[in-house]
Write a protein that binds this ligand. Structure first.
Ligand SMILES: *[C@@H]1O[C@H](CO)[C@@H](O)[C@H](O)[C@H]1NC(C)=O
Ligand SMILES: *[C@@H]1O[C@H](CO)[C@@H](O)[C@H](O)[C@H]1NC(C)=O
Ligand SMILES: *[C@@H]1O[C@H](CO)[C@@H](O)[C@H](O)[C@H]1NC(C)=O
Ligand SMILES: *[C@@H]1O[C@H](CO)[C@@H](O)[C@H](O)[C@H]1NC(C)=O
Ligand SMILES: *[C@@H]1O[C@H](CO)[C@@H](O)[C@H](O)[C@H]1NC(C)=O
Ligand SMILES: *[C@@H]1O[C@H](CO)[C@@H](O)[C@H](O)[C@H]1NC(C)=O
Ligand SMILES: *[C@@H]1O[C@H](CO)[C@@H](O)[C@H](O)[C@H]1NC(C)=O
Ligand SMILES: *[C@@H]1O[C@H](CO)[C@@H](O)[C@H](O)[C@H]1NC(C)=O
Ligand SMILES: *[C@@H]1O[C@H](CO)[C@@H](O)[C@H](O)[C@H]1NC(C)=O
Ligand SMILES: *[C@@H]1O[C@H](CO)[C@@H](O)[C@H](O)[C@H]1NC(C)=O
Ligand SMILES: *[C@@H]1O[C@H](CO)[C@@H](O)[C@H](O)[C@H]1NC(C)=O
Length: 386
């Protein structure tokens, strides 16, 4: 559960929200009463926690691990004040909350906001010393089984959703746009005057469609909203890999990746299919891919290379599972579908911290729709600044 994030520019925490009382008080759901606003304060701090006979310094919220429970009813507003007492930049993201037209509150640093900077710098400036050096261990909030994705992928493939006439699975039956993204490892040349620990003295990298995603120094959502993309990002993330190879066969000798801050742009309400294909470059591995801002349907998966002729007829378009994170099987592929009904900039990334920091991430821009309720509202006044 604990992974080092020394390579990350900021610690990225994921939380789960307990939405309580639905079963006990069904009238709360049916009454659709106006919600209340609930206030929480999160003080992030390092704490030594012992798990599996090992003690590690990890980031906790209010000194608790796992973090505190946040209770809310459907329709409530939640205001969470985060005070960062850790010497690293931090951002907080909730799995399971779609942030429908509220992308400003989604969390990931340099995607939808600048990170929450440390309050410790102030203390160290006062004492005249440097901030304490920390181990900077973090947990990403995912439950244990996700860490073994091949096991999980096999497990998950046995599931069907409980689609009924009352609660149908609204999986797009036809799609407007198809994407094929490779996910995998690679290398970057070692910078001069540095020794690198990667294969052949190179630097490990990870990529989607051979592009290692470089984080900008300002938030993408802000750049997009204020039409200031120049020098921050480009909109040429390829829909398919530029070089087609046998992704799961003998890996190429050249393991280099390219890098850039490239995004995909799609119009509001586009019905999308994405096939995520693992590669064998530097070893096949399963990758838990998480998509912000959306739930998607897992319509198919398999081992080896995705076959665009023979695999789609086997897709489950009746009762597929709906998820926001999916394990791409090691040496295999998974196909997902979603309707782009949430305007904004949304990160898609491997949830292994180390792969994430190596660049296994990309982002989507979903344009505004025509109606007022299909547009991204302006940012809140207290959005963290870079
Ligand atoms: C954790 O334990 C180490 C080793 O005992 C100690 O040096 C460090 O100060 C502790 N950190 C915290 C946050 O308690
Ligand atoms: C540091 O303290 C000053 C003065 O109290 C405050 O204005 C500033 O926002 C603080 N910075 C951080 C990063 O907390
Ligand atoms: C930094 O370390 C010193 C000595 O271990 C400790 O007294 C102080 O509280 C630490 N400061 C922070 C912000 O953790
Ligand atoms: C992950 O699961 C697979 C299949 O069950 C197993 O062979 C492998 O050893 C596991 N890996 C780890 C790191 O637990
Ligand atoms: C590389 O190392 C050499 C010798 O130590 C030094 O003269 C040179 O400035 C360094 N170059 C860079 C780019 O750091
Ligand atoms: C490592 O470098 C050697 C010599 O430059 C080369 O022959 C070999 O193919 C490289 N291996 C990898 C995995 O890049
Ligand atoms: C981008 O590529 C350059 C040149 O290969 C490399 O030095 C740099 O580390 C890469 N940046 C990222 C964020 O991967
Ligand atoms: C890809 O490579 C694998 C392993 O060598 C092989 O079994 C498979 O037939 C190859 N697929 C294609 C389309 O060439
Ligand atoms: C890859 O490297 C091997 C060993 O150096 C060589 O025999 C082979 O021809 C290379 N393949 C390609 C496609 O360059
Ligand atoms: C990835 O990009 C690098 C740099 O442009 C290139 O050398 C390499 O061949 C590409 N690899 C694949 C599999 O497309
Ligand atoms: C923390 O965030 C600020 C604002 O984006 C940035 O200037 C600074 O370099 C970051 N610090 C680290 C250690 O990444």
């Amino acid at each position: 559960m604990c992974t080092s994030s020394v390579l990350s520019p900021s610690i990225f925490m994921a939380f789960f929200v307990a939405v309580g009382c639905f079963m006990a008080y069904p009238e709360v759901v049916t009454a659709k009463q106006a919600g209340i606003t609930r206030h929480y304060t999160f003080n992030t701090k390092l704490k030594n926690i012992t798990r599996l006979c090992q003690t590690k310094s990890i980031v906790t919220v209010n000194g608790k691990f796992p973090g505190p429970r946040v209770v809310a009813r459907e329709g409530d507003g939640l205001v969470v004040k985060v005070v960062n007492h850790v010497p690293n930049n931090i951002s907080i993201h909730w799995h399971g909350i779609r942030q429908l037209r509220s992308g400003w509150a989604d969390g990931p640093s340099y995607i939808t906001q600048c990170p929450i900077q440390t309050a410790i710098i102030n203390q160290s400036l006062q004492t005249g010393g440097g901030p304490n050096v920390s181990d900077a261990y973090t947990f990403n909030g995912l439950p244990g089984p996700l860490y073994n994705c091949s096991a999980k992928a096999n497990f998950a493939s046995k599931f069907r959703s409980l689609a009924t006439t009352m609660f149908p699975a609204n999986v797009p039956q036809t799609v407007d746009k198809k994407f094929y993204f490779t996910v995998g490892l690679g290398t970057n040349p070692c910078p001069k005057n540095q020794t690198c620990q990667g294969p052949n003295g190179t630097k490990f990298a990870a990529s989607m469609n051979n592009i290692s995603f470089a984080l900008p120094t300002t938030a993408l959502l802000q750049s997009y909203f204020f039409s200031q993309s120049n020098g921050v990002y480009t909109t040429d993330f390829p829909a398919f890999p530029l070089h087609q190879v046998n992704y799961t066969g003998t890996p190429p000798n050249n393991t280099l990746v390219s890098n850039g801050t490239k995004l995909v742009v799609i119009p509001f309400n586009t019905r999308v299919e994405v096939v995520l294909q693992d590669t064998s470059i530097l070893g096949a591995e399963s990758h838990p891919l998480h998509f912000h801002g959306y739930n998607f349907y897992v319509v198919g998966q398999g081992f080896g290379n995705f076959d665009p002729e023979n695999d789609p007829p086997k897709f489950n378009l009746v009762d597929p599972v709906e998820r926001n994170t999916i394990g791409v099987p090691s040496g295999g592929w998974v196909a997902i579908r979603f309707q782009a009904d949430n305007p904004g900039v949304w990160l898609m990334h491997c949830h292994f911290d180390v792969h994430l920091s190596w660049g296994l991430r990309m982002a989507w821009i979903v344009l505004d729709g025509k109606l007022p309720n299909q547009k991204l509202p302006p940012p809140p006044s207290d959005l963290p600044k870079c």
